[in-house]
Design a protein around this ligand. Structure first.
Ligand SMILES: O=P(O)(O)OC[C@H]1O[C@H](OP(=O)(O)OP(=O)(O)O)[C@H](O)[C@@H]1O
Ligand SMILES: NC(=O)CC[C@H](N)C(=O)O
Ligand SMILES: [Mg+2]
Length: 512
């Protein structure tokens, strides 16, 4: 669930992109990168493993010159977590291209083959995003004129869509031309467009200019003073020239909005709007619906206090407390210096980090029946440890509620859970899960309620990618054979995306 951003400005964009990436940091903590296009048409790239604040020093920022650029924060879902697979990626032909991708392709292997056999293109890493960039490059290469027009760019993107399967929200730059952004035909991953009017005074004359920004989430636009224009539509491509002329076109035949429902549950920041839905309101609605279910089904259960498992569940928990008419208390203190545990690579890191991240405030637990609330229970890493913490802090009974339904199926569209064996709810019913977690009672949101929590905010949005909950995937290639191949690549003992340190310095265009 990486974060991507692109800016076409009238002054240097390095700081804006850096700031936007810090605002999108919750979408990827493994690596970060920025490419700018300088006034000579040269790309300037800095990418490395680490948080945004650690990857970019003063010297990198000074080198990232130019009025146009793109950036990426990475949560690896394919390939390895080596620095050479950090994004953006670059290819020199045609024109000079660089791209950042959020999502996950589901036909990477066949594309890799066809890129070699048909397009004679070499892919230097195991990243699906490098494959994607090369598909775009090979399609742009088919344009016979040396000069690109918006129509020619859109025709290349149409052919790119025809070859790609899976989820992709992308932002790219073509040297000498401008910035492009496009979203897959289902709009699985989010992407928004914003604008800002800036006044520039030169030689005593003031003039107004438009700047554009695309980003994974509207919160990045807000922070940078851009106004949200709209979401980029499923299958739509946007081309913004260096002179800030905006062109757009739907580049697929039958686009159908089917966004990832997990963005609303967990990934996105609450202050973002995705597909015209306030993520915050959606989470309040989730809390309301789950609160009503608890009130209905647990009439005899004596709850003293409602406690969120910070941070993402806080908004839903507040609403559950209101519906149940019980006090809402911050029973856990979150260490603000530990990031999101779910998107850490490897079970060992995730597990160790939960304890470092959360600690119990004993006064809120001692002698009480507590209802703990989480936004989701995926591997159960958080809930298992939280149960112990609550009991050690003196809780009498510990109940647990999840604002999302049971996660029973793998995700192939940009969440790193390719194998069902990792999932605590896979092939397990409520009672088995409850016992494993060690809760006195356990309750999950119903899928229909989760969907309506979002649809109520935008009645035109009725279809979602709910594959982690219902096992229904957007396209046919995601079948048993696909999962067998995926398992072979990342077998049970090796499910984490591993850092391949020995090839860490593969990248050839990145200044240290
Ligand atoms: O069942 P699990 O495999 O543990 O995954 C689910 C948990 O992970 C996430 O928290 P995370 O720490 O990533 O981020 P948060 O601070 O935004 O809640 C999510 O909010 C749940 O708490
Ligand atoms: N989470 C994402 O969007 C990941 C993008 C891409 N598949 C990668 O692994 O780098
Ligand atoms: Mg959490």
């Amino acid at each position: 669930m990486c974060g991507i951003v692109g800016v076409v400005g009238v002054s240097p964009v390095n700081q804006s992109i850096y700031d936007a990436l810090t605002v999108l940091q919750h979408r990827g903590q493994d690596a970060a990168g920025i490419v700018t296009l300088d006034h000579l048409g040269a790309f300037r790239l800095r990418k490395a493993n680490g948080l945004v604040k650690d990857v970019f020093g003063l010297k990198h920022m000074q080198r990232l010159q130019g009025n146009m650029g793109i950036g990426h924060v990475r949560y690896p879902t394919a390939g390895s977590s080596s620095a050479s697979e950090a994004q953006p990626f670059y290819v020199n032909s045609p024109y000079g291209l660089t791209l950042a991708h959020n999502g996950n392709l589901t036909n990477t292997e066949s594309l890799r083959k066809s890129l070699y056999q048909t397009n004679k293109r070499h892919i230097n890493t195991t990243s699906d995003s490098e494959v994607l960039l090369n598909v775009l490059a090979s399609e742009l290469d088919k344009c016979t004129d040396l000069t690109l027009t918006p129509e020619v760019i859109f025709s290349a993107i149409e052919r790119t869509h025809a070859r790609l399967l899976g989820a992709y929200a992308c932002v790219a730059m073509i040297s000498g031309y401008g910035l492009i952004a496009f979203r897959d035909p289902f709009g699985i991953r989010p992407l928004v467009l914003g604008e800002k009017i800036v006044s520039i005074t030169r030689n005593g004359v003031t003039s107004e200019h438009k700047e554009y920004m695309v980003a994974s989430e509207s919160v990045a636009l807000d922070t940078l003073g851009f106004k949200l224009i709209r979401d980029i539509l499923p299958g739509e491509a946007v081309y913004i020239s260096a002179e800030a002329e905006l062109h757009s076109k739907i580049c697929v035949k039958n686009p159908k909005l089917r966004p990832c429902i997990f963005e609303y549950v967990y990934f996105a920041r609450p202050d973002s709007f995705i597909n015209n839905v306030s993520v915050y309101n959606a989470r309040l609605n989730m809390g309301k619906k789950l609160g009503e279910k608890i009130a209905r089904e647990w009439q005899d259960v004596d709850i003293d206090v409602v406690i969120p498992i910070p941070e993402t569940s806080c908004d839903s928990a507040l609403e559950i407390a209101r519906i149940l008419n019980k006090p809402y208390r911050q029973g856990f203190v979150k260490n603000r210096y530990v990031g999101r545990t779910f998107i850490m690579p490897g079970q060992e890191a995730r597990s160790a980090s939960v304890r470092r991240k959360l600690n119990a405030n004993a006064a809120e637990f001692k002698g009480k029946n507590v209802l703990l609330v989480d936004d989701s229970i995926v591997r159960g890493t958080t809930s298992e440890q939280i149960m112990n913490l609550a009991r050690e802090a003196g809780a009498k009974k510990v109940y647990l509620a999840s604002a999302a339904p049971e996660v029973r199926f793998a995700n192939v569209y940009g969440i790193d859970m390719p194998s069902v064996t990792e999932l605590i709810a896979h092939e397990r019913e409520l009672e088995d899960i409850r016992q494993l977690i060690g809760a006195d009672k356990l309750i999950f949101q119903d899928l229909e309620d989760l969907k309506s929590a979002i649809t109520e905010e935008n009645p035109t949005l009725t279809d979602f990618d709910c594959s982690v909950f219902d096992g229904v995937y957007a396209s046919d290639e995601v079948n048993d054979a696909y999962f067998e191949r995926l398992d072979a690549i990342r077998n049970a003992d090796n499910q984490a995306i591993k850092a391949t340190h020995e090839i860490e310095n593969l990248d050839m265009y990145n200044e240290g």
